[in-house]
Design a protein around this ligand. Structure first.
Ligand SMILES: [Zn+2]
Ligand SMILES: [Zn+2]
Length: 91
């Protein structure tokens, strides 16, 4: 059995577009380091927040949640769940 590459959607096996950018910045007092992860504008997929499965927005029933369909059902999530969890700033 062929292992899917992480560059393809786990649902349709087609390649995904776009990616993530990670930006780090140091606060002025030099103590706090902030890292921000954001998707590129052409990104057309999610990496599931729970299981890291890669899935196209168009192949997911609930793309705004950041979870794959399996985890969406597993955790009983709702569509109003935080739509962009990966863009949070971690301090
Ligand atoms: Zn797909
Ligand atoms: Zn998942």
């Amino acid at each position: 059995m062929e292992e899917p590459s992480n560059e393809v959607c786990s649902v349709c096996r087609e390649p995904v577009a776009g990616g993530f950018t990670v930006q780090g910045s140091e606060a002025s007092d030099g103590r706090q380091f902030t890292i921000e992860i954001a998707g590129t504008p052409d990104r057309d997929f999610n990496d599931c927040d729970a299981c890291n499965t890669r899935v196209h927005y168009r192949c997911s029933k609930h793309p705004k949640t950041g979870y794959c369909d399996r985890c969406f059902e597993k955790y009983g999530l709702e569509d109003y769940f935080d739509p962009w969890p990966w863009s949070k700033v971690h301090k």
